[in-house]
Design a protein around this ligand. Structure first.
Ligand code: MG
Length: 249
């Protein structure tokens, strides 16, 4: 039996190989898609500038109107026309508007004057839907656990590379986030996914999140709304943010 199967397998491989070499015939237009047409939008002058369809969450001080303290208290961080800065112990700050699937651009800067070490140096975080943390940290010559350094999905995925600029310099995150989906009974239908570039370099490539950020233990999904506020963390360090814009997908 075995003696018959092996020549048969060889024959199939040879025929398959021949088929691959044969030039393709037929109508190439059958695989052309002409409608719908992707919307035309104007790019910003710099790729970091908000495009025409973005919601600008922070450009100048007046945009502090769009933010509130997580506890529902009024805006209590420091805002100038240049940036938004954590006031240590003021609490987390979140957008009044909720977002789900999105493209987010955000620039951040850890204090130029280096103080503390490990997780205590320039710590903050970008929490998608208020739950899923992309870590912000001064990870320039600052040792900590890999899945807790800048660019990590905190306590889950370490960044592919450490592309951090020195403390005091502005850095960019460009994020593509896919929100998790749940069945009506609360079971997880599909996990959240995230792609991130830091300073133009890919650091997270469509990774699947294990659940919301938790400091201790194993994360676990719990059903939540399809849109939720974007949150910036007060980890008691004077981290600044600027040029925050988001596109709902
Ligand atoms: Mg953090």
């Amino acid at each position: 039996m075995k003696q018959k199967i092996i020549p048969l397998l060889l024959l199939i491989l040879v025929i398959h190989g021949k088929a691959q070499q044969t030039p393709q015939r037929g109508d190439p237009t059958l695989t052309e898609i002409w409608s719908p047409v992707p919307r035309v939008i104007a790019p910003g002058k710099l790729s970091t500038d908000p495009p025409s369809d973005a919601v600008v969450l922070f450009g100048t001080a007046k945009d502090s109107m769009q933010w509130e303290s997580k506890t529902g208290k009024p805006f209590n961080w420091k805002a100038t026309d240049e940036h938004l800065t954590v006031v240590p112990f003021a609490g987390d700050l979140q957008t009044k508007q909720g977002f789900g699937d999105c493209q987010l651009h955000i620039e951040w800067r850890t204090p130029a004057e280096v103080a503390g070490e490990g997780q205590g140096r320039g710590n903050s975080g970008v929490f998608l839907m208020g739950l899923y943390e992309l870590q912000v940290l001064d990870s320039y010559n600052n040792k900590t656990y890999s899945n807790g350094q800048a660019g990590s999905i905190y306590k889950q995925h370490m960044p592919m590379v450490n592309v951090c600029r020195p403390p005091g310099e502005w850095q960019t995150y460009d994020i593509i986030f896919t929100a998790p989906q749940f069945y009506t009974d609360g079971m997880l239908k599909s996990a959240a996914r995230i792609t991130v570039t830091q300073n133009g370099v890919l650091i997270q490539n469509n990774v699947e999140l294990w659940g919301p950020m938790i400091f201790v233990g194993v994360p676990k999904y719990e059903k939540h709304a399809t849109k939720a506020p974007l949150l910036l963390q007060d980890h008691h360090n004077g981290v600044s943010f600027r040029n925050i814009w988001i596109r709902e997908l």
